[in-house]
Design a protein around this ligand. Structure first.
Ligand code: PLP
Length: 361
């Protein structure tokens, strides 16, 4: 039977993408070598790079006044790059805290200036809920507002986009990018590590409105400088070429499926299947307010936590991999990114049902 990988990242890639990459691994498009052995400045690679960018632009409907950068350094690299490029010396930024990744971003940014943290989650033993974006206590004079629409560890997703007027809105979309339609024009900057919905780790996508370029600090490392990246078509230094290639295959796959709108429907179906099952019994629990439950990362707990090890071992035997929750929240977590088919979530629910039947008091 099939194996399904529920890892939060690096995550499963679409099966057709892996098959295509395997078929052309050694000899890419009759160039006599692997795509990873080609110069990033060769005509063929530049064409591949431009096609990947164009496909991403059309998938996300990115307006023409935004640059798309293919960078190194992952999500955490952007935790530093954002203040380096957008926070003037002596300036202040708002960081909305909705879970562990937004907290980590705020901690890194605090190395570069005054950070106003805005806590928006209320947690008790029984429940977790989030303050609606319209009610966030944001500053009037921040250089930007940073938030994380999908908290990968906590399983909290904020669907409404905060209204910040003239203050640029910055979003860490590492674990939600391309999972549902968003209006890019509402954001000053969006960034995402690739290793969930885009491709392999090592690549980071930055989508930045052009008027925000050119403000990096004198001390900003050149590889983190958005203006340099933009004016060199993301080839100021050697980009992660193989990851860029695979991301391009993922964009083609998603385009063929019908784009972000189509995958959003599947993602909603997958999430509903799993949450509805969890809510239907007392054996498993997810205590997050249903309006803020993540479509991509579903944490859940066994009411009897002494069964955790047996659950994980048996799940693995059934081909359901990497379900252990993050160490900071415990329990289980099923990450169900774009590449996870509905059949994978159905297999998980079937296993959970069977496990509960066999272990009920
Ligand atoms: N932001 C979010 C929302 C994440 O989920 C992660 C990693 O899982 C990161 C940032 C950190 O990314 P990286 O490991 O690429 O630095």
């Amino acid at each position: 039977s099939a194996t399904y990988n529920f890892c939060a990242g690096p995550a499963m890639l679409p099966t057709p993408v892996m098959a295509k990459a395997q078929a052309e691994f050694i000899n890419w498009q009759d160039n006599g070598c692997s795509v990873m052995e080609l110069s990033h400045r060769s005509k063929v690679f530049m064409q591949l790079a431009a096609k990947a960018e164009a496909d991403l632009r059309s998938l996300m409907n990115i307006p023409a006044n935004y640059k798309v950068l293919f960078m190194h350094g992952g999500g955490r690299g952007q935790f530093s790059a954002v203040p380096h490029n957008l926070l003037p010396e002596g300036g202040k930024a708002d960081y909305v805290i909705s879970g562990s990744w937004s907290k980590a971003a705020a901690k890194e940014a605090a190395n570069y200036g005054e950070i106003n943290t805005v806590e928006v989650v209320t947690k008790t033993d029984e429940s977790q809920t989030v303050l609606a974006p319209a009610d966030w206590a944001l500053s009037k004079d921040a250089a930007y507002v940073h938030y994380c629409p999908n908290e990968t560890v906590d399983g909290i997703e904020i669907f409404d986009i905060p209204e910040t007027g003239d203050i640029p809105l910055v979003a860490d979309m590492s674990s939600t990018i391309m999972s549902r339609e968003i209006d890019v024009s509402r954001f000053g900057l969006i960034y995402a590590g690739a290793q969930k919905n885009i491709g392999p780790s090592g690549l980071t996508i930055v989508i930045v409105r052009e008027d925000l370029l050119g403000n990096a600090r004198l001390t900003t490392p050149s590889v983190l400088n958005y203006q340099l990246a933009a004016s060199n078509d993301s080839m100021y230094n050697t980009p992660p070429t193989f990851a860029w290639y695979l991301a391009g295959l993922v964009f083609e796959w998603l385009t063929e499926l019908g784009g972000v709108k189509a995958i959003e429907q599947v993602n909603k179906e997958k999430a509903a299947l799993l949450y509805d099952y969890i809510d239907s019994n007392n054996f498993y629990v997810n205590n997050i307010d249903s309006q803020y439950r993540s479509l991509m990362n579903v944490p859940f707990w066994l009411t009897d936590e002494s069964l955790n090890d047996a659950f994980l071992a048996e799940a693995e035997q059934a081909g359901l991999l990497a379900l252990k929750g993050h160490r900071s929240v415990g329990g289980m977590r099923a990450s169900i990114y774009n590449a996870m088919p509905l059949a994978g979530v159905q297999a998980l629910v079937d296993f959970m049902t069977d496990f509960a039947d066999r272990n009920k008091l």
